[in-house]
Write a protein that binds this ligand. Structure first.
Ligand SMILES: C[S@@+](CC[C@H](N)C(=O)[O-])C[C@H]1O[C@@H](n2cnc3c(N)ncnc32)[C@H](O)[C@@H]1O
Length: 193
């Protein structure tokens, strides 16, 4: 088994949420097609999506923020094993506190689902001229569109917030949004006009 499959297995066995196959394949295709070079990720977990994105092209550079120190350690180990420490930098920080003057071609938001608007506002000045935000989990396992699928009050509140955010990026004239409900767990690519 290759290393990236081992990372994926570890995530599944230890209940670390990582991107679904369809979502990460779609994202990697986009990165290759658009020749994306500078990426910021909110939500590293154990480095699975960072490693997959870095492998799309040899000159991709990634900053990735993760709040959980245990996951940061595992991500750094995985990134080192993959020989990608010179191209992926893991920042142990709440993404909304990460300050940089860097401009990114792609800002991939995959951290706390209730905070998507906060991350977007925080990084609005860090998108390059033709850059985009990418958001995952906009369907949240189908529950956003079918809240009756859950009995949990917390999940009901969460999916309400995701729906408000999804409606915002899909209707606000400031954005050009392509929303793909059938990709992964619901992915959107958002360009700020
Ligand atoms: C869905 S996982 C990320 C999966 C990863 N992108 C992948 O596909 O391999 C979300 C991660 O975001 C982290 N997280 C949650 N809130 C955060 C925050 N405010 N800043 C940075 N990371 C955060 C969680 O600890 C969790 O590891």
């Amino acid at each position: 088994m290759n290393k990236i499959d081992e990372i994926k297995n570890y995530a599944q066995e230890n209940h670390v949420p990582i991107m679904l196959d369809g979502g990460i394949e779609f994202l990697c295709e986009y990165i290759k097609k658009e020749n994306t070079k500078r990426i910021l990720e909110c939500g590293t977990a154990i480095g699975y999506s960072s490693i997959k994105m870095a492998k799309c092209n040899d000159d991709i550079l990634i900053d990735t923020c993760e709040i959980n120190p245990k996951l940061v350690e595992l991500a750094r180990q995985n990134i080192e094993t993959e020989g990608l420490t010179n191209r992926i930098t893991v920042h142990q920080i709440d993404a909304v506190l990460f300050e940089t003057t860097e401009k990114y071609d792609l800002i991939f938001v995959d951290a706390a689902k209730a905070q998507y608007k906060k991350y977007m506002e925080h990084f609005l000045g860090n998108v390059s001229q033709d850059g985009v935000f990418v958001f995952d989990n906009l369907c949240f396992h189908g529950i956003v569109d079918n809240p009756e699928l859950t009995k949990s009050r917390n999940t009901k509140q969460l999916v309400k917030k995701i729906k408000v955010f999804r409606d915002f990026i899909c209707t606000d004239p400031k954005f050009e949004t392509l929303y793909y409900p059938e990709v992964g767990d619901g992915v959107a690519i958002v360009k700020v006009k």
